[in-house]
Design a protein around this ligand. Structure first.
Ligand code: NAD
Ligand code: ZN
Length: 398
């Protein structure tokens, strides 16, 4: 079968590789109908992780079950399913508590496994015609409809970006009436916009510099803030001081709360340095969040920070050590949560919102391309702009 194989920094190739087989009786083989390129894949693509050449990429996988092992009870060949990017067993201490992002069984090296990702276990990715799904009863999410129907683009978002964007809002405890600042208008940030609306936020700001991503955020109901036009925190303060909610000083002492209740980092360690847009500053977003979040506010960090980054801006960053204003965050009494999203905790509820016509995450998808277009697709998505908001590869297309 054909699969997207990483050859080294800025180079992927579609190669012929062996088709996956059932290895354990609890496995299923999935025939992919949609498989997405993620901002997380770009970290590997660019050589900014410990990924090994030869890795088959792809952790956002939707399709139809081709075959099941003899112990799979709840799924059969022909069922349409989406699988979380996390690979989890369902019975370990962490999985039973809902932390499927830290499964203790599926990766011999550490707590956490995923498809086609550096350090995340021996699993091949799904940017291919077929992928092996371990513990299929636990990892497959049943879906209605048929491949290629009007839900296809919404359902592919359930593998990662929609639950991850939602996790950001859960970590930041976004609730009715809250004000939210989301850093990053990539796919994950845009999913945090949809999720903040679902949870009843009164004002949602989105910070980025890519015009089409900011317009998408505005279309979804957010207030776009372009960081290339000045300090985004000052822009948010200024907007809040004049907005319907913030401008009316409805609470005593509100001048001491010029920012937002909740902040979400949907950028991570490849953040652009605002003082020199040609460089990266891995702490840029954490610094901005420390300023924009009101005293007693909540912060959700879903943008990735890795423990090893061969391309880090300095020796500390290469080992995952980042400097940010913890003192200011402490004196403001902020709550901070972070990490990989435990997709399984949310995906069935988010599926139901899609089916009930209350969420349309697929509207952010900008490109559908055949699998064979992966080399150009990676190069284009890697520019993080130019109209490429989210790319779906179609392995069954000619
Ligand atoms: P993306 O690379 O497409 O988007 C990142 C966006 O951040 C870009 O639009 C970029 O212009 C913007 N940006 C860069 N510097 C900025 C700054 N200083 N301030 C504000 N915006 C800035 O990626 P994506 O697919 O949206 O993913 C975003 C992050 O989430 C990545 O780090 C990805 O690895 C991570 N991620 C985490 C999980 C998880 O489970 N926690 C899951 C999926 C993705
Ligand atoms: Zn992803």
């Amino acid at each position: 079968m054909r699969a997207v194989v990483w050859k080294g920094p800025h180079s992927v190739e579609v190669q012929d590789v062996k088709e996956p087989q059932i290895q354990e009786d609890t496995d299923a083989i999935l025939k992919l109908t949609s498989t997405a390129i993620c901002g997380s894949d770009l970290h590997m693509y660019e050589g900014r992780t410990s990924a090994k050449p030869g890795t088959v990429f792809g952790h956002e996988n939707l399709g139809v079950i081709e075959e099941v092992g003899k112990d799979v009870k709840t799924f059969k060949a022909g069922d349409r399913v989406v699988v979380p990017f996390n690979i989890s067993c369902g019975f370990c201490f962490n999985c039973t508590r809902g932390y499927t992002s830290a499964c203790l069984v599926t990766n011999p090296e550490m707590a956490s496994a995923a498809y086609g990702y550096a350090d995340m276990g021996p699993y091949k990715g799904g940017q291919a015609e077929y992928v092996r799904v371990p513990y299929a009863d636990f990892n497959c999410l049943a879906l209605p409809g048929t491949p290629g129907d009007s839900f296809e683009d919404d359902f592919i978002c359930l593998a990662d970006i929609f639950p991850t964007g939602y996790y950001g809002t859960d970590l930041a405890q976004v609730g009715p009436g809250d004000t939210v600042a989301i850093f990053g208008a990539g796919p994950v940030g845009l999913m945090s916009v949809i999720s903040s609306s679902l949870r009843g936020a009164s004002e949602i700001y989105v910070v980025d510099k890519v015009p089409e991503r900011l317009s998408k955020a505005a279309e979804l109901g957010a207030i776009p803030i372009d960081f290339s036009k000045g300090d985004p925190v000052e822009q948010i303060f200024s907007h809040r001081s004049q907005s319907k909610v913030g401008g009316q000083k409805l609470r005593p002492g509100s001048e001491k709360m010029p920012g937002v209740d909740c902040a979400i980092d949907a950028v991570g360690y490849e953040a652009i340095d605002r003082s020199d847009l040609s460089r990266q500053n891995p702490s840029q977003v954490l610094q901005d969040i420390s300023r924009v979040t009101n005293p007693t506010g909540r912060v959700g960090i879903v943008g990735v920070y890795l423990a090893q980054d061969p391309g880090g801006v300095n020796d500390e960053a290469k080992q995952g050590n980042f400097t940010f204003p913890l003192g200011k965050m402490f004196s403001n009494g902020l709550s901070i949560g972070m990490g990989q999203a435990p997709v399984k905790r949310y995906n069935s509820y988010l599926r139901d919102l899609i089916v009930a016509n209350k969420a349309h995450p697929g509207t952010i998808i900008s490109h559908h391309l055949p699998l064979d277009a992966a080399p150009e697709a990676y190069a284009d998505f890697g520019k993080r702009g130019d109209g490429y908001t989210k790319i779906i590869l179609k392995p069954q297309a000619a």
